[in-house]
Design a protein. Structure first.
Length: 58
């Protein structure tokens, strides 16, 4: 039977041990679903690529 991702602990993932699980819990990530939806506040938008020749100074 497959559990929903909000019921699965991040410790089930390869490479996530007790220490990392504790760090994740400290920032509010207690399930795999939380981990999947933990998105960065800032990111580099790579949807619009500007050629170097057309780049503006500043």
């Amino acid at each position: 039977m497959v559990k929903s991702l909000d019921a699965m602990s991040p410790a089930r993932l390869k490479g996530v041990g007790p220490a990392l699980e504790k760090k994740l819990a400290a920032i509010g990530i207690t399930s795999i679903q939380d981990l999947l939806f933990h998105l960065p506040l800032r990111y580099e938008d790579r949807t619009r690529i500007t050629l170097t020749a057309r780049a503006r100074v500043g």
